[in-house]
Design a protein around this ligand. Structure first.
Ligand SMILES: *[C@@H]1O[C@H](CO)[C@@H](O)[C@H](O)[C@H]1NC(C)=O
Ligand SMILES: *[C@@H]1O[C@H](CO)[C@@H](O)[C@H](O)[C@H]1NC(C)=O
Ligand SMILES: *[C@@H]1O[C@H](CO)[C@@H](O)[C@H](O)[C@H]1NC(C)=O
Ligand SMILES: *[C@@H]1O[C@H](CO)[C@@H](O)[C@H](O)[C@H]1NC(C)=O
Ligand SMILES: *[C@@H]1O[C@H](CO)[C@@H](O)[C@H](O)[C@H]1NC(C)=O
Ligand SMILES: CC(=O)N[C@H]1CO[C@H](CO)[C@@H](O)[C@@H]1O
Length: 398
C-alpha cells in the first residue's frame, strides 16, 4: 500500500503534537468520546395507512402524498395500534469542557430531520460554526446523539418502528442515564478508557435540553411531559403555528435513500433530500451575506435519510402543553426559516402565546437570529446566535 506509506511518511514530518497519555478525540475547548449506547424502550406505536417507498418515483410520490391537503396526520390514519419494544444502539458524543463552569451543567442536544448529530458540531470552521465548540468554550458539558434511524444509530423499520413516541422515550432514557450517573460511567469505560477527563465524573449537577427542528419538537414535548427531568431548555428552529410545515414535504425534494446520491445503507421507507431540498429547508436569508458557498456545500455533505413513519406519527407529540415544566425556556428562531415560518419568523409568535404551552415556566424568552435560515450553525454570525442562548441560561444560573 504505497499510498498509505506515503501518508504515514508525511505524518512523521509533522511535529509531535503531544506525548501525553491516551486522550479522547480532542476538540478546541474540551475532550470528547464517541459512544454506542444500548437504549431499551417500550412505547405505544401504530401501523399507519401510508404508502410504501421502494424507489425514486415512490419517494417523490410520498412527498406529494404527505403534502396533499386531505392527507390525515392524526389518529384517523391508524390501521392498528401496536406496542414498540426493543433495545437499540444510539450513537452519541459526550464532551467535557477544558474550563468548566463552577458546577457541571450538561446540555443534551437533539438534532432534527435530514441531519444527524454532526449538525451541532461543524468540522468546517469549528470555531465559527460548531455549537459543541461554543458550548465547551462557555464551560458546558454536552451530549449530542444520532436519533434512532439516523447516522450511526440503528436504522430499524421506517414505517412501524421509528416513530415519534419512541424517540421521545429514547430522549427520556438518555436523560435518566445522565441523571443517575450511568451515562458518565459508561463514557468513562468507553475507549480510550484511560482518558483523565472522563474519570470519576459522578453525574451532572444540572441538565439543559436543547433541540433543533424535529429535535425541538421532541425537546418541547419532553419538557412539557417530564418537566422534573430538566433544568432548562433551548428550542431552536421550531415553533408551533399555522405556518409550521406549510411548505410541505415536496420542498424536501427527496429520492430513495438506498439508491440516492450518495447511496445510503437503508431499508424500505427511508428517503433523502437532493441538494435543492437541503437548500429549501436549511439555507435562507440574503444569499450574498447569510451564508457562503462553502457552508452550503458542507450543509449538503451532512444530509441524512428520513424514515417516513416519523411524519405519520409526529402528531402524537406535536403541540403538547405541559404544566410540569417549572424552569426557563428560550425559543430561538432563524429570521428566514422557510419550513417553520414560511420564510419570515418575525412576529410569528409571542411570549404570551408560548406561555399557554408552559404556564409554570419561570421565564420564557423569544429571540430571532437575523439573516439566517433553518440551519442556524451553518450561517454567518452563528456564534452570536449561540451566545443569545448562553446569555439566557447564564441569567438563570445555568
Ligand atoms: C388506537 O388507540 C387509540 C387510543 O387508545 C384509539 O382511540 C383508536 O381508536 C385506536 N385505533 C385503532 C385503529 O384501533
Ligand atoms: C471566525 O471567527 C473568528 C473569531 O473567532 C473571526 O475572527 C473570523 O473572522 C471568523 N471567520 C469567518 C470565516 O467567519
Ligand atoms: C439509570 O437509568 C437508566 C435509564 O433508565 C437505567 O437503565 C439504569 O438501570 C439506571 N442505573 C442506575 C444505577 O440506577
Ligand atoms: C401548573 O400550572 C397549572 C395552571 O396554573 C396548575 O393547575 C398546576 O397545578 C401547576 N403545576 C403543575 C405541576 O402542573
Ligand atoms: C449577529 O447576531 C447578533 C445576535 O442575534 C445580532 O445582534 C447581530 O446584529 C448580528 N449581526 C449581523 C451582521 O447580522
Ligand atoms: C407587532 C410586532 O410585534 N411587530 C414586530 C415585528 O417584528 C419586528 C422585527 O422583529 C419588530 O421590530 C416589530 O416590533
Amino acid at each position: 500500500m504505497p499510498a498509505r506509506r506515503l501518508i504515514a511518511g508525511a505524518l512523521l514530518l509533522l511535529p509531535a503534537v503531544s506525548a501525553s497519555p491516551v486522550k479522547a478525540d480532542n476538540h478546541l475547548h474540551g475532550a470528547c468520546k464517541q459512544l454506542d449506547i444500548p437504549v431499551s424502550a417500550t412505547v405505544d406505536g401504530a401501523v399507519y395507512n401510508i404508502p410504501q417507498v421502494n424507489n425514486d418515483i415512490e419517494a417523490g410520490a410520498w412527498g406529494i402524498y404527505d403534502a396533499t391537503r386531505t392527507t390525515p396526520h392524526d389518529a384517523s390514519n391508524v390501521l392498528k395500534n401496536t406496542t414498540i419494544s426493543g433495545t437499540w444502539n444510539i450513537h452519541a458524543q459526550l464532551c467535557f469542557p477544558t474550563n468548566p463552569k463552577a458546577q457541571d451543567i450538561l446540555q443534551v442536544a437533539t438534532h432534527g430531520v435530514h441531519y444527524d448529530s454532526r449538525y451541532w458540531d461543524s468540522k468546517y470552521l469549528p470555531q465559527n460554526h460548531s455549537y459543541v465548540e461554543a458550548a465547551l468554550k462557555e464551560g458546558y458539558s454536552i451530549l449530542t446523539y444520532d436519533r434512532l434511524g439516523v447516522g450511526e444509530s440503528d436504522h430499524p423499520d421506517a414505517y412501524e418502528v421509528v416513530q415519534a413516541n419512541l424517540e421521545l422515550e429514547i430522549l427520556r432514557q438518555l436523560t435518566l442515564m445522565a441523571r443517575n450517573g450511568s451515562l458518565y460511567t459508561f463514557a468513562e469505560q468507553a475507549k480510550p478508557a484511560a482518558d483523565a477527563a472522563f474519570k470519576n465524573r459522578g453525574q451532572p449537577a444540572k441538565i439543559v435540553h436543547i433541540g433543533h427542528s424535529f429535535g425541538s419538537v421532541l425537546t418541547s414535548a419532553f419538557i412539557a411531559t417530564y418537566g422534573d427531568l430538566t433544568d432548562g431548555a433551548i428550542i431552536t428552529g421550531y415553533v408551533y403555528g399555522q405556518y409550521l410545515g406549510s411548505a410541505g414535504s415536496v420542498a424536501f425534494a427527496v429520492e430513495y435513500a438506498a439508491t440516492g446520491h450518495p447511496r445510503f445503507d437503508r431499508p424500505s421507507g427511508y428517503v433523502v433530500s437532493k441538494e435543492i431540498g437541503i437548500q429549501n429547508i436549511f439555507f435562507a436569508g440574503d444569499p450574498k451575506t447569510a451564508y457562503t458557498p462553502e457552508l452550503f456545500e458542507y450543509g449538503v455533505s451532512l444530509k441524512q435519510p428520513v424514515p417516513v413513519g416519523e411524519f405519520a406519527s409526529a402528531y402524537k407529540i406535536l403541540n403538547r402543553p405541559g404544566g410540569s415544566f417549572m424552569a426557563p425556556v428560550q425559543f430561538l428562531l432563524p429570521e428566514h426559516d422557510f419550513y417553520i415560518c414560511r420564510g419570515d419568523c418575525n412576529n410569528i409568535t409571542s411570549v404570551e402565546q408560548l406561555k399557554s404551552f408552559y404556564p409554570n415556566a419561570t421565564d420564557i424568552d423569544l429571540k430571532i437570529q437575523p439573516n439566517t435560515g433553518h440551519a442556524l450553525p451553518l450561517h454567518n454570525n452563528a456564534t452570536a446566535g449561540f451566545q443569545l442562548s448562553f446569555d439566557f441560561l447564564g441569567r438563570h444560573g445555568l
